[in-house]
Design a protein around this ligand. Sequence first.
Ligand code: PBG
Length: 328
Amino acid sequence: MPFPATRLRRLRGTESIRRLVRETRLAPDDFIYPMFVQPGRGKKTPIAAMPGVHRYSVDRLAPVVREVAEAGVPGVLLFGLPRRKDERGSEAFARDGAVQAAVREVKSRAPGLLVITDVCLCAYTSHGHCGIVRRSGRSFEVANDPTLELLARVAESHAEAGADFVAPSDMMDGRVRAIRRALDGTGHENVGILSYAAKYASAFYGPFREAADSAPHFGDRSSYQMDPANAREALREMALDAEEGADILMVKPALAYLDVIHAARKRFDLPIAAYNVSGEYAMVEAAAQRGWVDGERTMLEILTAIKRAGADIILTYFAVRAARALEM
Ligand code: PBG
């Protein structure tokens, strides 16, 4: 042994010293809670692959929203389902759509809660793709520029309902600029954009597609969402979104992309968000239900890792549970 012997364990000996030297601290302030809103009345539908997560009709939102606020979670992210789907996803920008009504409801029940809305078409289109589809024979294309106009209308309708931030998740090129323009042109200069800037074509979205009924009916999303193999390309996506006016940049999913979160944190001054997605949640829940892992410890370890990698904001279905665990 060299003298003095290196004794890193001095900094681990007691809970007090561990608290003093802890480098990463989770707090309820870090979280955003994603919620699913469906048409109709009196509905609270469980989502099989996401134990503890439900789809609510607007009239059933109030108690949950109160719980989120009481847990100290600063905000929610709203996803909607339509009454009817069509080729262009028209109900995504209906004034009386589920999300638009939910925004008004959350704002009236918990005025201090930040309301962010997901802007996309996949839950609203009859084909399940995130934009306008052009078919030719057996192949198809998701048309970029025509989709931008629709996305801008969706964002505007959310802002009109009172959303604080809109979160485009479609991965069309140029949507941040198109949305920023539309918002500014309609008096919504104060509505922010949380961009799903580096969003990967991921298998981890499986449970979400059940929740939002948004799985594509043919093909997949790999012509618009990113290839999981690419990290440098993620930085180009983020740089473009920053230039186009995004206020917050998001990486999604989180766990398999901690390197991307880390690189984004180093490169950009904007707040970095990470989406701990449905499949990541489902894996923990499934293993915990079997007694294979300790659910609460696994949850906190994962959330800590996402923050340690560089995320300032974590969107997670664990938000309320984690906030409560941290406050104890
Ligand atoms: C819509 C959208 C998806 C998610 C958020 N917005 C699914 C997808 O792209 O297929 C996934 C969220 C999750 O898995 O928790 N485009």
